[in-house]
Ligand binder design. Structure first.
Ligand SMILES: [Zn+2]
Length: 255
Protein backbone atom coordinates (compact mmCIF):
# COMPACT_ATOMS: atom_id res chain seq x y z
CA UNK A 1 0.00 0.00 0.00
CA UNK A 2 1.27 3.47 -0.90
CA UNK A 3 1.49 6.09 1.85
CA UNK A 4 0.85 9.84 1.64
CA UNK A 5 1.57 10.95 5.20
CA UNK A 6 0.63 14.62 4.69
CA UNK A 7 -1.89 15.96 2.18
CA UNK A 8 -4.21 19.00 2.08
CA UNK A 9 -7.39 17.70 0.46
CA UNK A 10 -9.06 21.10 0.21
CA UNK A 11 -6.18 22.42 -1.91
CA UNK A 12 -7.27 20.25 -4.87
CA UNK A 13 -10.25 22.52 -5.48
CA UNK A 14 -12.05 21.49 -8.68
CA UNK A 15 -9.35 18.86 -9.34
CA UNK A 16 -10.52 16.90 -6.30
CA UNK A 17 -12.44 14.20 -8.27
CA UNK A 18 -9.31 13.36 -10.25
CA UNK A 19 -7.18 13.32 -7.09
CA UNK A 20 -9.69 10.97 -5.42
CA UNK A 21 -9.61 8.67 -8.46
CA UNK A 22 -5.85 8.41 -8.21
CA UNK A 23 -6.01 7.75 -4.45
CA UNK A 24 -8.53 4.96 -4.98
CA UNK A 25 -7.05 3.43 -8.12
CA UNK A 26 -3.55 3.27 -6.64
CA UNK A 27 -4.71 2.60 -3.07
CA UNK A 28 -2.88 5.47 -1.43
CA UNK A 29 -3.47 5.63 2.30
CA UNK A 30 -3.68 9.38 2.86
CA UNK A 31 -3.30 11.46 5.99
CA UNK A 32 -5.40 14.54 5.33
CA UNK A 33 -4.40 17.43 7.56
CA UNK A 34 -6.59 20.40 8.46
CA UNK A 35 -5.79 24.08 8.98
CA UNK A 36 -8.48 24.94 11.57
CA UNK A 37 -11.89 23.65 12.77
CA UNK A 38 -13.75 24.73 9.59
CA UNK A 39 -11.15 23.01 7.44
CA UNK A 40 -11.55 19.86 9.58
CA UNK A 41 -15.32 19.88 9.06
CA UNK A 42 -14.79 19.75 5.27
CA UNK A 43 -12.16 17.02 5.60
CA UNK A 44 -14.50 14.99 7.79
CA UNK A 45 -17.24 15.09 5.13
CA UNK A 46 -14.77 13.86 2.54
CA UNK A 47 -13.29 11.12 4.75
CA UNK A 48 -16.79 9.76 5.43
CA UNK A 49 -17.04 8.67 1.78
CA UNK A 50 -13.40 7.75 1.23
CA UNK A 51 -11.97 5.13 3.56
CA UNK A 52 -8.40 5.71 2.38
CA UNK A 53 -8.47 9.30 3.64
CA UNK A 54 -7.72 9.71 7.35
CA UNK A 55 -8.49 12.92 9.11
CA UNK A 56 -6.14 15.06 11.15
CA UNK A 57 -7.33 17.88 13.36
CA UNK A 58 -5.13 20.84 14.14
CA UNK A 59 -4.67 24.58 13.96
CA UNK A 60 -1.90 25.35 11.48
CA UNK A 61 0.67 27.91 12.70
CA UNK A 62 -0.28 30.21 9.79
CA UNK A 63 -3.85 30.38 11.14
CA UNK A 64 -2.92 31.31 14.71
CA UNK A 65 -3.96 34.78 15.91
CA UNK A 66 -3.60 36.47 19.32
CA UNK A 67 -7.28 35.72 20.00
CA UNK A 68 -7.32 32.11 18.72
CA UNK A 69 -9.54 30.27 21.17
CA UNK A 70 -9.00 26.76 22.46
CA UNK A 71 -12.55 26.45 23.77
CA UNK A 72 -14.94 23.90 22.32
CA UNK A 73 -12.34 21.76 20.55
CA UNK A 74 -13.18 18.60 22.52
CA UNK A 75 -15.48 17.08 19.84
CA UNK A 76 -12.78 17.54 17.21
CA UNK A 77 -10.14 15.91 19.38
CA UNK A 78 -12.54 13.05 20.13
CA UNK A 79 -13.26 12.50 16.44
CA UNK A 80 -9.93 12.88 14.60
CA UNK A 81 -7.66 10.00 13.56
CA UNK A 82 -4.53 11.98 14.46
CA UNK A 83 -3.48 15.54 15.29
CA UNK A 84 -2.25 17.84 12.52
CA UNK A 85 -1.29 20.07 11.05
CA UNK A 86 0.24 21.78 14.03
CA UNK A 87 3.64 23.33 14.68
CA UNK A 88 5.64 26.54 14.54
CA UNK A 89 6.80 28.77 11.69
CA UNK A 90 8.92 31.93 11.77
CA UNK A 91 9.60 31.97 8.01
CA UNK A 92 6.28 31.85 6.17
CA UNK A 93 3.62 32.57 8.81
CA UNK A 94 1.84 35.92 8.34
CA UNK A 95 2.88 38.67 10.78
CA UNK A 96 -0.48 38.39 12.61
CA UNK A 97 0.60 34.91 13.66
CA UNK A 98 3.16 35.64 16.35
CA UNK A 99 5.48 33.00 17.74
CA UNK A 100 4.30 33.26 21.39
CA UNK A 101 0.72 32.65 20.23
CA UNK A 102 1.86 29.77 18.03
CA UNK A 103 3.65 28.22 21.01
CA UNK A 104 0.51 28.50 23.17
CA UNK A 105 -1.52 26.62 20.51
CA UNK A 106 1.19 24.02 19.87
CA UNK A 107 1.50 23.23 23.59
CA UNK A 108 -2.23 22.72 23.88
CA UNK A 109 -2.27 20.20 21.01
CA UNK A 110 0.85 18.37 22.18
CA UNK A 111 -0.57 18.01 25.68
CA UNK A 112 -3.86 16.70 24.26
CA UNK A 113 -1.91 14.29 22.04
CA UNK A 114 -0.04 12.97 25.07
CA UNK A 115 -3.19 12.67 27.18
CA UNK A 116 -5.10 10.89 24.42
CA UNK A 117 -2.20 8.92 22.87
CA UNK A 118 -2.62 10.52 19.44
CA UNK A 119 0.03 10.79 16.75
CA UNK A 120 1.04 14.35 15.79
CA UNK A 121 1.86 15.65 12.29
CA UNK A 122 4.27 18.57 12.74
CA UNK A 123 5.30 21.66 10.79
CA UNK A 124 8.68 22.99 11.97
CA UNK A 125 9.70 25.75 9.50
CA UNK A 126 12.49 27.88 10.94
CA UNK A 127 11.61 26.72 14.47
CA UNK A 128 13.14 23.26 14.40
CA UNK A 129 14.84 23.66 17.78
CA UNK A 130 11.73 25.08 19.46
CA UNK A 131 9.53 22.27 18.10
CA UNK A 132 12.08 19.69 19.25
CA UNK A 133 12.03 21.17 22.76
CA UNK A 134 8.23 21.23 22.86
CA UNK A 135 7.95 17.66 21.61
CA UNK A 136 10.47 16.53 24.22
CA UNK A 137 8.63 18.38 26.97
CA UNK A 138 5.23 16.96 26.01
CA UNK A 139 6.68 13.46 25.55
CA UNK A 140 4.36 12.49 22.67
CA UNK A 141 4.90 9.08 21.07
CA UNK A 142 6.41 8.75 17.52
CA UNK A 143 6.01 12.34 16.29
CA UNK A 144 5.69 12.62 12.52
CA UNK A 145 7.94 15.43 11.24
CA UNK A 146 6.57 16.74 7.97
CA UNK A 147 8.95 17.94 5.20
CA UNK A 148 11.85 18.81 7.49
CA UNK A 149 14.16 21.53 6.09
CA UNK A 150 16.00 22.64 9.21
CA UNK A 151 19.53 22.14 10.54
CA UNK A 152 20.67 18.57 10.09
CA UNK A 153 22.47 18.55 13.43
CA UNK A 154 19.06 18.41 15.17
CA UNK A 155 18.03 15.26 13.30
CA UNK A 156 19.68 12.78 15.73
CA UNK A 157 17.83 14.37 18.66
CA UNK A 158 14.52 14.00 16.81
CA UNK A 159 15.35 10.37 16.04
CA UNK A 160 16.10 9.79 19.74
CA UNK A 161 12.55 10.95 20.48
CA UNK A 162 11.20 8.29 18.11
CA UNK A 163 10.40 10.70 15.27
CA UNK A 164 9.53 9.73 11.69
CA UNK A 165 10.52 12.05 8.83
CA UNK A 166 8.48 12.50 5.65
CA UNK A 167 10.14 13.08 2.29
CA UNK A 168 8.08 15.49 0.18
CA UNK A 169 7.82 17.28 -3.17
CA UNK A 170 11.33 18.74 -3.31
CA UNK A 171 13.09 15.35 -3.40
CA UNK A 172 14.54 16.01 -6.88
CA UNK A 173 15.54 19.59 -6.26
CA UNK A 174 16.96 19.86 -2.77
CA UNK A 175 20.41 18.89 -1.58
CA UNK A 176 19.17 19.27 1.99
CA UNK A 177 16.50 16.64 1.38
CA UNK A 178 19.10 14.30 -0.11
CA UNK A 179 21.31 14.85 2.94
CA UNK A 180 18.33 14.21 5.19
CA UNK A 181 17.58 10.92 3.40
CA UNK A 182 21.22 9.90 3.88
CA UNK A 183 21.00 10.66 7.60
CA UNK A 184 17.64 9.16 8.53
CA UNK A 185 17.55 5.36 8.74
CA UNK A 186 15.16 3.72 6.25
CA UNK A 187 12.91 2.53 9.09
CA UNK A 188 12.06 6.15 10.03
CA UNK A 189 11.12 7.49 6.58
CA UNK A 190 7.62 8.18 5.21
CA UNK A 191 6.40 9.68 1.92
CA UNK A 192 4.05 12.65 1.39
CA UNK A 193 2.97 15.27 -1.15
CA UNK A 194 1.79 18.20 1.08
CA UNK A 195 -1.06 18.93 -1.36
CA UNK A 196 -0.98 19.78 -5.07
CA UNK A 197 0.52 23.25 -4.62
CA UNK A 198 3.83 22.06 -3.19
CA UNK A 199 5.29 20.55 -6.33
CA UNK A 200 3.96 23.59 -8.16
CA UNK A 201 5.93 25.75 -5.74
CA UNK A 202 9.08 23.63 -6.17
CA UNK A 203 9.04 23.11 -9.95
CA UNK A 204 5.82 24.44 -11.45
CA UNK A 205 4.07 21.07 -11.83
CA UNK A 206 0.79 19.98 -10.28
CA UNK A 207 1.41 17.56 -7.40
CA UNK A 208 -1.00 14.65 -7.78
CA UNK A 209 -1.22 12.10 -4.94
CA UNK A 210 0.75 9.46 -6.89
CA UNK A 211 3.83 11.65 -6.64
CA UNK A 212 4.58 9.35 -3.68
CA UNK A 213 5.55 6.68 -6.26
CA UNK A 214 8.29 8.95 -7.62
CA UNK A 215 9.47 9.56 -4.06
CA UNK A 216 9.74 5.77 -3.55
CA UNK A 217 11.85 5.48 -6.72
CA UNK A 218 14.07 8.25 -5.40
CA UNK A 219 14.41 6.61 -1.98
CA UNK A 220 15.27 3.26 -3.59
CA UNK A 221 18.06 4.92 -5.54
CA UNK A 222 19.41 6.95 -2.63
CA UNK A 223 19.31 4.04 -0.20
CA UNK A 224 20.57 1.46 -2.71
CA UNK A 225 17.54 -0.79 -2.26
CA UNK A 226 14.91 -2.40 -4.48
CA UNK A 227 11.87 -0.24 -5.11
CA UNK A 228 9.45 -2.95 -3.79
CA UNK A 229 11.47 -3.30 -0.63
CA UNK A 230 11.35 0.46 -0.03
CA UNK A 231 7.60 0.55 -0.62
CA UNK A 232 7.07 -2.24 1.91
CA UNK A 233 9.35 -0.50 4.43
CA UNK A 234 7.53 2.83 4.16
CA UNK A 235 4.22 1.07 4.74
CA UNK A 236 5.65 -0.82 7.72
CA UNK A 237 7.04 2.46 9.09
CA UNK A 238 3.61 4.01 8.81
CA UNK A 239 1.93 1.27 10.85
CA UNK A 240 4.73 1.37 13.42
CA UNK A 241 4.43 5.15 13.71
CA UNK A 242 0.75 4.76 14.61
CA UNK A 243 1.14 1.63 16.74
CA UNK A 244 0.89 3.49 20.05
CA UNK A 245 -1.99 5.66 18.88
CA UNK A 246 -5.33 5.26 20.59
CA UNK A 247 -7.02 5.70 17.16
CA UNK A 248 -4.84 3.04 15.55
CA UNK A 249 -7.96 0.97 14.76
CA UNK A 250 -9.44 3.64 12.49
CA UNK A 251 -6.26 3.51 10.41
CA UNK A 252 -5.72 -0.25 10.37
CA UNK A 253 -9.29 -0.89 9.18
CA UNK A 254 -7.98 0.17 5.76
CA UNK A 255 -5.12 -2.36 5.79
ZN1 LIG B 1 1.02 21.03 5.18
Amino acid sequence: MLINAHDHMESYGDQLPRALNIIEEKEILTLGVSMDPASYDRLKDLARDHALIKKGFGIHPWMVRPDTSLEGLEPYLDDCDFIGEIGLDRVWAPPESRLPDQIRILRFFLDEAKKRSLTVNLHTKGCEKEVLDEVRRADVPSPLIHWYSGPLDLVPAYLDLGAYFTISSDFMDSQLTRDLVAMVPMDRILTETDGPGSLEWVRGEYGWPDLVEDILDFLAKEKGKERDEVEAMVEANFWRCFQGSQRNHSLTETK
